[in-house]
Design a protein around this ligand. Structure first.
Ligand code: BGC
Length: 254
């Protein structure tokens, strides 16, 4: 099935048409800057622009940088706080005029990796960490997702909030060298390991492509590997999530 997958991030909104049976992108991947401030109206306008650029009419899946409980945004660390309490799925469906399904961005990236990527066939506990403007997390046990874990906001042993200490945005703004940032990120990985004892950690987002530059700083015993889809996992997973939701909806219909 073909679905438009969209990944809403703190700095960019990306989208492509995905063939959900294979996880392949079957259109060009387009990226536009996230509007500032990222209010429901401005984000919706930007997404509508992307839908038009893709000449798309049909179902849309969106990975969104917030805890999303049954379509409703519960947090807003890197988007405007007016999203909190809004049914992002209903709002965007009404604005765009096509059915829209919304879930947390890291959760959907995790779905893509578990179905077609680096986590395919892996049982036990798998932690996916997306490194971008924030730190996103998706936690799977035997392939089942525990949604909205929000572990990028955990406090580290130095009192810092993890995503304010070891995100890609922090590396950029503080102009940290890869190894310096790698030490910070390793502190985060140690915290995750001590709490969850995962069997595998998969890294997504921009910094996943650069793993060789900081791999020497990683000391956890859990294997740490880059996402197969690198920073495209969010787009693919958003489409997979929409497909799953579509199936459930039609199954539930009389
Ligand atoms: C948000 C998460 C999101 C992550 C990555 C965090 O600031 O709270 O919901 O998954 O950033 O975008």
């Amino acid at each position: 099935m073909k679905i438009l997958g969209i990944d809403v991030g703190g700095t960019g909104i990306k989208g492509a048409v995905v063939e959900t049976t294979t996880g392949e992108l079957i259109s060009e991947r387009l990226r536009v800057a996230s509007p500032q401030p990222a209010t429901p109206e401005s984000v919706s306008n930007t997404i509508q622009g992307l839908v038009a650029q893709q000449h798309w009419s049909g179902p849309i899946g969106i990975g969104f940088p917030a805890a999303i409980q049954h379509g409703v945004a519960r947090t807003a660390a890197n988007i405007d706080s007016t999203f909190i309490g809004l049914s992002v799925a209903d709002y965007l469906s009404a604005q765009i005029g096509y059915p829209v399904w919304v879930a947390n961005d890291a959760d959907v990236a995790g779905l893509a990796e578990m179905r077609f990527g680096a986590g395919r066939g892996v049982s036990g506990v798998v932690l996916i960490i997306t490194i971008g403007t924030g730190l996103g997390t998706a936690l799977f046990s035997d392939g089942h997702l525990l949604p909205n874990t929000e572990l990028g906001h955990i406090l580290l042993d130095n009192g810092s909030e993890a995503e304010h200490y070891a995100s890609e945005a922090v590396r950029d703004t503080q102009k940290l060298k890869w190894k310096e940032w790698g030490d910070r990120f390793n502190r985060y990985l140690i915290t995750m390991e001590n709490l969850f004892w995962p069997d595998l950690i998969i890294l997504g987002g921009g910094a996943s492509k650069k793993l060789p530059k900081y791999a020497s700083r990683i000391t956890v015993q859990t294997p740490v590997i880059p996402a197969h889809f690198l920073n495209q996992a969010g787009i693919i997973g958003a489409a997979l999530f929409a497909e799953e939701s579509l199936k459930t909806t039609s199954l539930n219909q009389p």
